[in-house]
Design a protein around this ligand. Structure first.
Ligand SMILES: [Zn+2]
Length: 849
């Protein structure tokens, strides 16, 4: 269910200055011939540059300001790095300095505070390493004096040189613009002009804080969120994390609330969006158990002119043999100077392609990559899978594109891929291998395949075939439940039915029809509600491990999804977990709509794909098993407030809109607990709220395929199919369905829900106070106060109030906005009402009782 999480992280490294420090590719003293490989020579030079003994100065009272970042070098010594292409790109400082960074809104201040204990970053530092692509050296110059420090570069040179590699890729993006075109040098003024007018400015400060230890501060004008601070952290008991303390766009600084611009297309601003992939043609020979060899033709379209270097994500375990542009070889950089045995630890999954000249607007670029290597892993029982770092084709992130995939593979294997199966070219069959061909039916955000010794079973969801591919066994490290069987050898007249314990190995192939039917039911259920299933068929394939992923038309299902009831009980799984495992096929099927047909816009929007897919699966469960639904929702709620070893509760990890930032050293499970737990609840709240209001308006029960929540989602699908969606856009479609009773302050907007609930973290406590009943013509007038405790002052919550009638029957009187701590209400109730209750059906994510 952790869909393409790792993939996303890799990409931000590539494009956004995001988690850049993870990219500590230690380049050894390897040189490339600048005439033959100017790009690689430049990259290595940028990654190995050392301090210049001729450029050491005393510095006093100098400061660097970049947006919300202010760095002051009060007093100390600074040395600049040697020139690269005539530019100074780094400096090392020792002395007394201070950094000040003020996050622009509550969400970011809370995040900063979680990691540093302060809402505003204000920290002294003793040393600093700076890397930049602009005029930092000139900025500092007025505050520099000659220095007599002779051993400064000896002392700090090796440290500076070690730190240089981290930003080499980012700096290559800038300085490759200055590489010669057709042998003619580009004037550094022409290329430098870009950095002057603020189009491409980058500054990374690696600071040795006096209280906080080593941390990073970034300004990168090319990133969706240019300002960022964070720290690499190893958790006690293991696990390496990069804690993002804050990340934001300077244009958001003025407002106190999380502005919409953050959730609107960040891509517009970054180089990421300047060059788009339109289509892929991937011809792959799979050599089980581990190898692939691929020829990838990638069609790109340049939306805005400029870049000389194009970055792709590609597994470090693949060796690139060649990259060609319109048939002619072009230069590429992919883990140069990293030994094969060091790849998993020190390599990275980025491939840089240096174009012979800067790309121009509207230019179409056809690149051909040839590469091969070991990206498959073998888990036993004829189960292969593309490994954790298995980015098997060069991609520029999740973006809608057409895919044409051809595979050849040995005769005894079965291969399943994204797309529609197509006839195979005759030459592919002549090899004695098997061949298959898959073409996407509409642009899809990503493509994958799976290979195994499967058995297949087909069921159908209307006219959509659902094929399930599973092996007869599970992975080697699958836990072994013990089952009791009657051993015929041991049965004797004296001890009838003597039982022995023998280990049982589940056989997923036996469960194919059950699993396939669960997915088929989900296809029908969601298609009825959200519009047709987007592809012509659905394939489910068994994947080793606990995680499942729903890719377009191809679901990778954890072996755990193939267990039968008895096997689950033998694993001693708690009842809610058994229900969750049973709903995995529905969850992954829901991703076909939420996540695949419609992708998320930025990391701040990814929550809707998980929360909504999860909620859709639970909507199905609720119809069949309301008690089971309640149990899962209650478990989510309790998990959010259950104290961990460090005394903190997962709800403190942050709001759903922090997405993968929730995965931190403080909360290693934060991503799952918030995105699934709180995310699912947010959709439950929206649905219940809209249904109550519609019910009151029409006086009739509302449900099935036409309830307002479902109608809104159908509209989301109609409007955003084939595109990405932001949280604000999603909520504005829901807002269109709001009846007058749900218009806070008279406005048809869910801004209050976005601010308090989506960008909030609290689980408030709701209580009634001072309730009075008065008889009036034809009924009872009820008044009182709703108390909202344990929540921020400005939290707004829509609260349903019910009258308890004779025979314990409960009648919805209406929904009232609890606005802050105390909210007075007046409602009409049926005659004879003398008791009211708040939210008896538990539709609000309140503190558990
Ligand atoms: Zn999921």
């Amino acid at each position: 269910m952790t869909k393409v999480l790792l993939k996303w992280r890799g990409l931000r490294i590539a494009y956004g200055g995001w988690l850049l420090v993870c990219l500590a590719l230690t380049t050894c003293a390897v040189a490339a011939d600048p005439a033959e490989k100017p790009g690689e020579a430049l990259y290595l030079q940028l990654g190995q540059v050392g301090l210049d003994p001729a450029q050491v100065y005393r510095v006093r009272g100098a400061s660097l300001d970049r947006s919300a970042i202010n760095i002051t070098l009060e007093d100390g010594t600074i040395a600049f790095t040697k020139d690269v292409l005539g530019h100074i790109t780094g400096a090392f400082f020792e002395g007394y300095g201070e950094v000040l960074l003020t996050p622009p809104n509550e969400v970011e201040r809370r995040s900063m505070s979680l990691f540093t204990g302060m809402a505003i970053l204000e920290e002294h530092f003793a040393t600093a390493y700076f890397r930049f692509n602009d005029n930092v050296a000139d900025e500092l110059r007025p505050d520099l004096r000659a220095s007599d420090s002779t051993d400064f570069t000896t002392r700090w040179g090796p440290t500076a040189q070690n730190l240089a590699s981290a930003d080499a890729t980012r700096l290559l993006m800038t300085f490759s613009q200055m590489l010669p075109v057709n042998g003619d040098p580009v004037s550094s003024e022409a290329a430098g002009a870009k950095t002057e007018n603020g189009e491409d400015r980058f500054l990374h400060a690696r600071l040795q804080g006096t209280k906080l230890g080593v941390f990073d501060v970034y300004f990168d004008s090319m990133a969706g969120e240019p300002v960022q601070a964070g720290q690499a952290k190893t958790r006690e008991g293991g696990g390496n994390f990069y804690d993002v303390w804050t990340s934001f766009s300077p244009t958001d600084s003025e407002t106190g609330r999380l502005p919409r611009s953050i959730t609107l297309s960040n891509k517009e601003k970054t180089r990421e969006g300047r060059v788009e992939v339109r289509g892929y043609k991937l011809t792959t020979e799979v050599q089980p158990p581990k190898k692939i060899h691929t020829r990838a033709r990638v069609q790109l379209e340049v939306r805005e002119g400029g870049p000389r270097t194009l970055l792709f994500e590609l597994s470090r375990f693949l060796q690139v043999e060649s990259v060609k542009l319109a048939g002619a070889p072009v230069e590429f950089i992919h883990n140069p100077a990293v030994e094969g045995t060091q790849l998993s630890r020190r390599g990275n999954d980025l491939l840089a392609v240096i174009l012979p000249k800067p790309a121009e607007a509207d230019e179409k670029i056809d690149l051909e990559f040839v590469y091969g290597g070991e990206v498959l892993a073998e888990a036993g029982s004829g189960l292969l899978y593309v490994g954790a770092r298995g980015t098997w084709y060069p991609n520029r992130g999740m973006a809608m594109a057409n895919f044409d995939l051809e595979f050849t593979y040995p005769p005894d294997w079965t291969l399943v891929a994204t797309g529609k199966p197509m006839p195979v070219a005759p030459e592919a069959l002549a090899t004695g291998l098997q061949a298959s061909h898959w073409v996407s039916e509409r642009p899809i955000p990503l493509a994958g395949f799976n290979l195994g010794k499967y058995k297949v079973a087909t069921v159908s969801a209307g006219d959509i075939p659902v094929e399930t591919y599973a092996a007869t066994g599970v992975e080697k490290d699958f836990p072994t439940p013990n089952i009791q069987v009657v051993d015929p050898q041991m049965v004797d007249p004296m001890i009838r039915h003597r039982q022995v314990i023998v280990p049982s190995r589940p056989s997923p192939a036996h469960m194919e029809v059950t699993v396939g039917e669960a997915a088929a039911r989900a296809v029908r259920y969601f298609a009825d509600r959200f519009g047709p299933y987007p592809y012509s068929h659905l394939s489910l394939t068994q994947m080793p491990g606990r995680d499942s992923q729903g890719w377009p038309g191809l679901v990778f299902l954890s072996s755990y999804a193939f267990l039968d009831q008895q096997q689950r009980e033998q694993l001693h799984l708690e009842p809610y977990r058994i229900l969750m495992q049973q709903s995995i096929p529905a969850h992954e099927t829901a991703h076909q709509w939420w996540g695949d047909l419609i992708t998320w816009n930025s990391y701040r929007d990814q929550w809707f794909s998980e929360g909504l897919s999860n909620y859709c699966a639970l909507m199905m469960l609720q119809e069949k098993n309301p008690a089971g639904f309640r149990e899962i929702m209650d478990k989510y709620r309790r998990d959010l407030v259950t104290k961990e070893k460090n005394g903190m509760t997962p709800m403190e990890a942050g709001p759903v809109t922090l997405g993968v930032r929730l995965l931190s050293s403080r909360f290693p499970e934060g991503y799952e607990e918030i995105l699934y737990g709180r995310g699912t609840w947010l959709f439950h709240m929206l649905r219940a709220m809209m249904r109550d209001a519609a019910q009151q308006q029409t006086g009739k029960p509302v449900g099935g395929t036409d309830e307002p929540f479902v109608r809104a989602l159908r509209r989301v699908r109609e409007r955003y199919a084939g595109r990405s969606l932001s949280t604000a856009e999603l909520l504005s479609v829901f807002a269109e369905e709001l009846p007058p009773a749900l218009r806070y302050e008279g406005k048809s907007s869910l801004d209050w829900f976005l601010h308090g609930w989506v960008n909030g973290t609290s689980l408030p406590k709701l209580e009634l106070k001072g309730v009075k009943f008065a008889s009036k013509a034809g009924g009872t007038a009820v008044s009182g106060t709703i108390l909202q405790k344990g929540a921020p002052q400005d939290l707004v919550t829509s609260v349903p109030i019910y009258a308890v009638m004779a025979g314990k029957q409960q009648v919805l009187l209406g929904r009232i906005f609890a606005d802050g701590e105390e909210s007075i209400f007046r409602l009409s109730a049926p005659a004879g009402t003398h008791k009211i209750v708040l939210d008896p059906n538990e539709t609000i994510l309140t503190e558990p009782k």
